[in-house]
Design a protein around this ligand. Structure first.
Ligand code: AMP
Length: 418
């Protein structure tokens, strides 16, 4: 596998899969958060600085037709030009050969939203129970190859720098790689950094190693938890998934979130953790609410004595103290999912405290800390701690799948993972 660091793009046309799936302000249509655009800049700038030209391709949103102005990447041109100067735009990603051919060194061409074509995802745009679905899917699979081949024809080299879609086998994220030789395809800087951070915690973690798992449901995180059990020393559980464990252990959970069909699974995890010598920390106490509302009345109780009719929406003081101690004495920390309903101020304290503890572990204990998943990233940003932790992942779903030990098609297409 070749590395972008050592590659010279002089005189080459590079087609770069970026993740420009950015949020737009509903009223003005302007990009409201350009983090993803900024994330792609090092790779694009390297291509240009070497004397190559860059063809940028991305999806945005979930368009259902071609074209759909609401999802046009034309809208984000000013947000890109702010960092890269004037760029060109191809209004149809499958009809850009002339523009690509005429590109000169240092020039940048942005292709229109790839998902204007169903071929990008290879998924028919009809209900799964439609009798025509299976045939349409088969037809799209072969059309996807032509779609990707067309994109590949624009360039000499392929660079994948869209970590957020690396877990999808799409035209531009995986299939396209088949049309480039091994020495003409590589990851961009962003994906390289993501892989470095994740491989460090999965393969080369300093101890004690603590995983903090929060968020709504056990079922979403179960495979990650299982894969991490063989690696971590401590497993901290918080958020809504707490109560499936507490109930499984015989506690009273009032009307807290609970996955009744996952009680056995919760017990299995606890038994497996014990067998592997992993210390599991469930919350000790909780802040409860009389309804799921930002203005709900609150009280505090032991986590396993939630009063009837109340629901636990955050961890309380004793839990915060214990979790903080465990986190700040760790040398490796991975955190996915909030400790409570942090979207409501009344129930954000536990998540903020954990964010602070992760930052303190990094700054004061020299720990390597990796944060991933949309909500924990939002919590870190809300607490203005993003630059106080080691790495904030850009891909929620992709990161979770990698942590589960799954092969990501976008990574395998270049690195050859099996
Ligand atoms: P996830 O996407 O699985 O990481 O879940 C994040 C969501 O879990 C956030 O929207 C939180 O509001 C929610 N959440 C966290 N703690 C609780 C809780 N105790 N009860 C209900 N929802 C929760």
């Amino acid at each position: 596998m070749i590395l972008i660091d050592n590659f010279n793009f002089a005189g080459k046309k590079a087609i770069i899969r970026v993740d420009f799936n950015v949020p737009l302000n509903k009223e003005t249509g302007e990009v409201s958060d350009d983090t993803r655009i900024r994330g792609a800049l090092p790779t694009i700038k390297k291509v240009i600085a070497d004397g190559g030209c860059a063809i940028l391709m991305s999806h945005m949103g979930r368009p259902k037709q071609n074209p759909d102005p609401k999802y046009s990447l034309k809208q984000i041109i000013p947000a890109i030009e702010k960092y890269l100067g004037k760029i060109q735009f191809a209004p149809d990603c499958q009809k850009a050969e002339e523009q690509a051919k005429n590109l000169k060194a240092g020039e940048i061409l942005l292709l229109e939203n790839l998902r204007f074509y169903a071929e990008e995802e290879g998924k028919p745009r009809m209900e799964k129970d439609d009798p025509a679905y299976e045939d349409a899917k088969k037809a799209l699979k072969s059309a996807q190859k032509d779609f990707a081949k067309k994109l590949a024809s624009y360039a000499d080299v392929y660079v994948n720098d869209a970590f957020g879609t690396a877990h999808r086998k799409h035209g531009s994220t995986a299939v396209i790689a088949d049309y480039f030789a091994d020495d003409a395809k590589m990851f961009g800087f962003l994906i390289n950094n993501e892989l470095k951070a994740m491989d460090k915690v999965l393969g080369d973690a300093q101890r004690p190693f603590t995983a903090i798992m929060g968020g709504a449901k056990v079922s979403d995180k179960i495979n990650v938890i299982k894969n991490l059990l063989g690696r971590v020393d401590n497993l901290i559980i918080g958020g809504g998934m707490t109560y499936t464990f507490v109930k499984a252990l015989g506690g009273q959970i009032g009307s807290s979130l609970c996955e009744a069909d996952k009680l056995d699974l919760a017990n299995e995890i606890l038994a497996e953790a014990k067998a592997k010598g992993v210390k599991v920390f469930l919350p000790i106490d909780a802040v409860n609410a009389d309804k799921f509302d930002k203005d709900a009345a609150t009280n505090t109780s032991d986590v396993d004595k939630t009063p009837e009719g109340w629901m636990g929406l955050d961890i309380a003081e004793k839990s915060i103290k214990q979790f903080t101690e465990v986190i700040t004495s760790s040398k490796t920390v991975i955190w996915n999912g909030p400790m409570g309903v942090f979207e409501f101020d009344k129930f954000a304290k536990g998540t903020s405290a954990v964010a602070q503890a992760v930052a303190d572990a990094t700054q004061k204990n020299g720990a390597f800390t990796l944060i991933g998943g949309g909500d924990s990233v939002a919590a870190i940003n809300k607490n203005r701690l993003a630059d106080k932790v080691s790495y904030v992942s850009t891909g929620g779903g992709a990161m979770l799948e990698y942590m589960e030990g799954k092969i990501l098609p976008g990574i395998a297409a270049i690195r050859g993972d099996k």
